[in-house]
Write a protein that binds this ligand. Structure first.
Ligand code: 5GP
Ligand code: ZN
Length: 109
């Protein structure tokens, strides 16, 4: 979808720090991270809500989250997926937030 920010990121028209890419899924760093390493994992298929995304794209999301966790060594993190304005969705292209919870004793985040 031409006007969608995340579709532009997928096309490379807007720069992003990419963490993982396959033919169906892209993971990249959030531009306003809630903690260090805050990532967004998105299906390449454009759709605003979870119900708009084909199952074959959704089924690749969690394996990518697992890859990110393994690659970064993240042990504590939250997964968040907002649907609709009342649920705080701002970008109308389905995305899963992976938000690391830093260890306070290590002073990061
Ligand atoms: P939402 O509230 O829709 O679940 O979250 C949208 C997320 O997209 C926010 O955390 C915001 O920081 C992120 N975001 C918005 N625009 C951009 C952008 O152009 N690049 C990147 N990397 N993240 C973005
Ligand atoms: Zn889109």
């Amino acid at each position: 979808m031409a006007a969608c920010i995340f579709c532009k990121i997928i096309k490379g028209d807007i720069p992003s720090f990419k963490l993982f890419e396959s033919d169906k899924v892209l993971a990249f760093l959030d531009i306003e991270p809630l903690s260090r390493g805050h990532a967004l994992v998105i299906p390449k298929h454009h759709g605003a809500k979870l119900t708009d995304i084909p199952d074959d794209q959704l089924s690749e999301i969690l394996p990518v989250v697992k890859k990110l966790a393994s690659a970064t060594g993240a042990e504590n993190y939250n997964l968040l997926q907002n649907n609709g304005r009342l649920a705080h969705q701002v970008v109308d292209h389905v995305h899963f937030h992976m938000i690391p919870k830093p260890n306070p004793e290590e002073g990061m985040g």
